[in-house]
Design a protein around this ligand. Sequence first.
Ligand code: ATP
Ligand code: MG
Length: 181
Amino acid sequence: MHIKEIELTNFKSFGKKVKIPFFDDFTTISGPNGSGKSNVIDSVLFCLGLSNSRTMRAEKLTDLIYSVDGKGPGSAEVTIRFDNTDREMPIDQDEISVTRRIKSSDSGYYSYYYFNDKPCSLSEMHEQLGKAQISPDGYNVIMQGDVTRIIETSDTERRRIIDEIAGTAEFDDKTDKALSE
Ligand code: ATP
Ligand code: MG
């Protein structure tokens, strides 16, 4: 399974609807400083709700909405379309889509998630994505500095990260819970 396309609407520097195609083997994004390369990665973290484990480059979620001189549309949306022809996600569809939309309000913001165009909660979306080993702690996105951090960390912490990636950490949690009962 791989990302086929990202569609950004008013997300950060993308002030209109932009579709970014991804290839099935390898895609690089190049461009001058400040042109929005890292914003594309931020859009993946935002859309899949992977931002809680590692920092997305925004102080408030509403900073992710396109704005110029404090003026903007007040809402942003990102859709990621995955190619599922290999059926890594156990759903009988060639394409799987995940959408997240935020709307700013006087009291903060509202967040909406959609899995295959159907509204869902963040945890429902994570449950689906987890079937294809995509998770907030899964290191599906390697951020700048992550590699150095993993090399320099303690043996125990490095083991924890490897368990997390291998998907065995969840069983450790369950074992601990069972033993404490
Ligand atoms: P570098 O090569 O320096 O890493 P980059 O291509 O990764 O650059 P980004 O960090 O993705 O660039 O983009 C930065 C640009 O995004 C800045 O010009 C910033 O003003 C713009 N930007 C960020 N948030 C918003 C927003 N909410 N509305 C409009 N523009 C935004
Ligand atoms: Mg950058």
